[in-house]
Design a protein around this ligand. Sequence first.
Ligand code: HEM
Length: 489
Amino acid sequence: MTREAHVTQGPLTTEAGAPVADNQNSETAGIGGPVLVQDQLLLEKLAHFNRERIPERVVHARGAGAYGTFTLTRDVSQWTRAKFLSEVGKETETFLRFSTVAGNLGAADAVRDPRGWALKFYTEEGNYDLVGNNTPVFFIRDAIKFPDFIHTQKRDPYTGSQEPDNVWDFWGLSPESTHQVTWLFGDRGIPASYRHMNGYGSHTFQWNNEAGEVFWVKYHFKTDQGIKNLTQDEANRLAGEDPDSHQRDLREAIERGDFPSWTVQVQIMPAADAANYRFNPFDLTKVWPHEDYPPIEIGKLELNRNPENIFAEVEQSIFSPAHFVPGIGPSPDKMLQGRLFAYGDAHRYRVGINADHLPVNRPHATEARTHARDGFLYDGRHKGAKNYEPNSFGGPHQTDRPLWVGSAVTGTTGDHAAPSHAEDDDFVQAGNLYRLMSEAEKGRLVENLAGFIAKVSRDDIAERAIENFRKADGDFGKRLEAAVQALRG
Ligand code: HEM
């Protein structure tokens, strides 16, 4: 629907619908006298305005979204019983919110930061959310480190700015971040737009089929627009000239009918392979090399409809890694496990207990049938239906079939690191990524890293940061050390 179609006709009214006589002058006691409390319109306008903001997302505050369609192009029922993945040609409505991670709501788009990729599939069995990034890996592998990590990315409590000391202190002391940091400071660290980058589910997830067999799966969304990036200088300029560059690009492309699309691929690992795979397959700091598990093309994702109201549909949209549908479930990835809690909790705080009733968030291809009731802004949708189960009044009932298949566990409880595998280490994949780069790419990577590390105030923090890259690749470390020294003098 066009924007023009939404023009409201008729007289202006108060929130209660009474006609407004004067929207220019507030009511006073005589000409030049004080303002009166009986001016309901004035009080209502000022009070409503004060309450326009809801808490911004604690991470990924800055973003843009669009609706679209996922079309299945390959039968995957041998691996999952999810109905939306059951018939070639089947279409599922989607909503995708892109974001940057560290910036606040009004931050510029063209910055070096991962891009969020939060994709909602409105399936006939409920909403399935895939809350990933434009990178296949992440900085850490245990959710318990996430608040500390994000504190180093956000504003320092004393200076009120992001501090290179904090960023590099944390990364230097968290060697598992080396792979993701190498990725982030390489060419793909600043996409030219949301359309010109890939998306990844990043974690490993469970698929299970009708027979109850389990597969581990990773999702990839390969941009059909081609990868395009900005250099640091280009980004610095664009961030100043057009802070909304990514958001504008996405909206305008869809408005002109140039619908962006992505080819959807999965890597599939039979459950039996996991225990003896060379890396821990549930470690989010690592990719599964394609020679081990080749990507299989399964569908197309297209974005073809802009939201009509950014606040209602983008700011209030909620995505949770815990929103699964039958045939899909979590893996034992410790990061993912922590995220299963964090998002629903954030939604209850940020949007409220009935956030799932909003049009963008509720199921579109089925209905939610729960006994949850009431709370702030409950709209009475259940009318007089019984609000408990079991009941003898024909209410909704359980299916007795879990969405995913359980895993066998052994041992004692404790603060355990994830199980280690033969070739697990924090540097090998970062080194491989470096060695894959052309000479020119390596040069830009070293320059980008050095420019940031050189701002660190303490030598020991800078040296520890460089040491991680040295362990990834000797040449990488040597060049970085020289570049940092040249800048620090
Ligand atoms: C344990 C680690 C993590 C925790 C505790 C965490 C927590 C959060 C929280 C609280 C939000 C805000 C949600 C909201 O207010 O609606 C968020 C947003 C987001 N996170 Fe994470 N996160 C973690 C790791 C990750 C990882 C590994 C990825 C990607 C692979 C990711 C991708 C996103 C995205 C895309 C959003 C924005 C969702 C949206 O558009 O509404 N996060 N995260």
